[in-house]
Design a protein around this ligand. Sequence first.
Ligand SMILES: NC(=O)c1ccc[n+]([C@@H]2O[C@H](COP(=O)([O-])OP(=O)(O)OC[C@H]3O[C@@H](n4cnc5c(N)ncnc54)[C@H](O)[C@@H]3O)[C@@H](O)[C@H]2O)c1
Length: 444
Amino acid sequence: MASELTYRGGAASPSAGAAGAGEYSSAKPASSKPLAWLPRAARYAAAEHRPLFALVGMLFAAALFCLAAPSGSGSGTAAPYSSSGRAAAVSGALTRFSVDPAAHNPGRQFVAGKVPLGLKRKGLRVLVTGGAGFVGSHLVDRLVARGDSVIVVDNLFTGRKENVMHHFGNPNFEMIRHDVVEPILLEVDQIYHLACPASPVHYKYNPVKTIKTNVVGTLNMLGLAKRIGARFLLTSTSEVYGDPLQHPQVETYWGNVNPIGVRSCYDEGKRTAETLTMDYHRGANLEVRIARIFNTYGPRMCIDDGRVVSNFVAQALRKEPLTVYGDGKQTRSFQYVSDLVEGLMRLMEGDHIGPFNLGNPGEFTMLELAKVVQDTIDPNARIEFRENTQDDPHKRKPDITKAKEQLGWEPKIALRDGLPLMVTDFRKRIFGDQDNAATATEGQ
Ligand SMILES: NC(=O)c1ccc[n+]([C@@H]2O[C@H](COP(=O)([O-])OP(=O)(O)OC[C@H]3O[C@@H](n4cnc5c(N)ncnc54)[C@H](O)[C@@H]3O)[C@@H](O)[C@H]2O)c1
């Protein structure tokens, strides 16, 4: 090494001197060197043009750095969040969300720069808890269709694999059988938190589990959202208004809920879930959204789940009497599931936290609903009155002014248009296949 240095730097080749480098350098008198006043190391560097090389190297590195840096001011974090190719389907609101994930979680450091080649994300990664259920599976269909990578977490208590089986094999879809009461760590950009039994039959089956799902499950999902900097949407319910004293219900109404009744595990559970969601927003700066969903119906609802639309449809198809609880004058509003999914997605992508009522303001008494079911399925279906259940609210109708104004959303599908779509699905599931269904229909 020493001899090589001597060769390149000196006037003579190593062969010219009999001794090593030390001898060579000491052979020249110091006084004969230029820049003799400099220390020896600096003199050597100057003689070898080292500063020039260093300067060229620095210029080269600077040029490389400029070329590799992400374009646009301060948007270095955008690439991993918005690298989707599905520009048209995702609205401008989504772009807004994509731009600054750190803004909704300032405690979290997002590393600027490009994701290494081959690790670049394709679209949004979305977690849907309860995604194998009725509403969740329709939401998953829409998210997958727009190009997102969707992870469903569901314990299949009321959900069914069949609801999402058509996505099996799609690399953009994953399903994890997991109970949200237990923590889980996933990397996603958005969390739609739906996991919770929604029908009275199911949520009353194990009330302690229901409230645990609402409280501990929601805490776990909020904790996850905080940790990974994801946006979180809670599917709350019109049940937070209890047996309302105000009609129709506006989001500012605080409700009239029995805290110790048989429905409280659900009603109070959802109210607590809303509280937790807002506390995470205020305390941890989490980006949150809250939807208060009113009665929704459509294909893939659980048959015999005690919800009035599915009850009536299943009963009419099976030629059983339609059971009406109480005098049948209590009112409900019914929204078709595709309207709800549209509202949920607009809420998630939009700028407003909510809560937002998402429901169809068209109000029906139970007897009017029974009449629509008779008209759609079997005009001869009988109605049977039963004693009303405890805490059954008398009136329920959403005021959706806020959703109209801030989300630009309102339901589109009328009950008489949506019901036949649900009937086709129920007929298939109750009678097995189309042939049987046709036979059953002919026999009516
Ligand atoms: N459908 C409606 O009319 C309506 C009205 C108001 C609110 N909501 C809310 O919307 C959400 C979805 O309702 P839905 O009608 O699709 O109900 P659903 O029962 O069909 O779906 C709920 C899903 O959550 C899953 N789940 C339940 N507990 C879980 C747990 N501990 N861990 C993991 N998964 C769990 C179930 O297996 C199911 O797949 C619920 O949060 C519900 O409260 C629905």
